[in-house]
Design a protein around this ligand. Structure first.
Ligand SMILES: *Cc1c(COP(=O)(O)O)cnc(C)c1O
Length: 341
């Protein structure tokens, strides 16, 4: 049974000062969540205020000012912003590379950190984690994997050779679209200690209530992911059968994913042709909320081009299947597509 959230800033403390005395250094509600995520990812874990707080902690502690970072050119835009606006001005060299196993391995020479996101956002390209781990280690670099899309029930990057696994629990892991939270899991004690010092000093800590909600949500992660994965796969098949939709992206298309992933997750992306049709399609769906983010219990979708951050067509939609009845959702999507041909 999960204990309730501990809502405290200072804790009773007399005598010498110790980290247990103040809520920026630790909180019992984080500790139990960190133990639970750590068990799933297979290494000691720290939670942060958001996915970006965790990504920032990892990027700024592992990449030295004279370091070289290989980062995804086509993944979540947050990592590119961090690399080019925060790390590059300090002196670090940033190499932005497509989410492609060969390209990432080729870029590893001379790198200090190789960073991949797989499946990548929003085109769902898959990178072979074991292959890039061996290329990175061969080049003397660390491998960081962003596991936000798959979650540890979908894949465990550390078991495949990654050194650090970082993720936005905001998405599928917490899965109810009601909180932001991030985490990082580290194979080496030294990296964990550096991240803890970063968190203590910069204060990007998770709220106890968010940590407690995320922990409660873990109980249903397997059930949610099961339904979402099943629906996304069925949707891919429905979209494959239509000639008014192109570029149907799904991780299952890649043989590496079939070996590397236990679940494919809630996402399927596709192109309906034009911006105008994409907007009409989203408005015509009754069970789909137009929203960014993914992995929630309610189905959401968005026209990705509206952000101006991804190299995708104007009619490109990223669709996140929720936990609604699969058949209901397929009927709704088919009807909305028919109504907007
Ligand atoms: C959303 C997301 C993040 C950032 O998470 P926030 O909780 O929004 O800060 C990082 N990486 C990936 C792959 C994401 O999808």
């Amino acid at each position: 049974m999960l204990p309730g959230p501990v809502l405290a800033a200072p804790f009773h403390l007399s005598g010498e000062g110790v980290p247990e005395g103040y809520g920026r250094y630790g909180n019992p509600t984080w500790s139990v969540l960190e133990a639970a995520i750590g068990e799933l990812e297979g290494a000691d874990t720290l939670v942060f205020a958001s996915g970006m707080a965790a990504l920032t902690a990892v990027g700024l502690t592992l990449v030295a000012p004279d370091g070289v970072l290989v980062a995804p050119a086509d993944g979540y835009p947050g990592i590119r912003g961090l690399a080019t606006d925060r790390l590059a001005p300090l002196g670090a060299e940033v190499r932005l590379v497509a989410s492609d196993t060969r390209a990432v391995c080729d870029a590893a020479a001379g790198a200090s950190v190789v960073w991949v996101e797989t499946p990548s956002n929003p085109r769902l390209d898959v990178v072979d984690i074991a292959a890039v781990a061996s290329a990175a280690h061969g080049a003397g670099a660390l491998l960081v994997v962003d596991n936000s899309l798959a979650t540890p029930l979908g894949q465990t990057p550390l078991a495949l050779g990654a050194d650090v696994c970082v993720a936005a629990a905001t998405k599928s892991l917490a899965g109810h679209s009601d909180l932001l939270l991030g985490y990082a899991s580290c194979r080496e004690r030294e990296h964990l200690d550096a991240l803890r010092a970063w968190r203590d000093q910069t204060g990007g800590i998770a709220g106890p209530f968010e940590a407690w909600l995320a922990h409660r949500s873990l109980a249903t992660l397997d059930l949610r992911l099961g339904r979402q994965s099943e629906t996304a796969l069925a949707l891919m098949e429905l979209l494959d059968g239509r000639d008014d939709v192109t570029e149907v992206c799904h991780p299952s298309r890649d043989p590496v994913a079939r070996r590397q992933m236990r679940r494919f997750g809630p996402l399927v992306s596709f192109d309906v042709g034009t911006r105008e049709r994409a907007e009409r399609f989203l408005a015509a769906c009754e069970l789909v909320t137009e929203a960014t983010s993914f992995g929630g219990v309610h189905t959401t979708a968005e026209r990705r081009g509206r952000w101006g951050t991804d190299a995708v067509g104007e009619g490109f939609i990223r669709f996140s299947a929720g936990c609604e009845d699969t058949e209901d959702l397929l009927v709704d999507v088919a009807r909305a597509l028919d109504a907007t041909v």
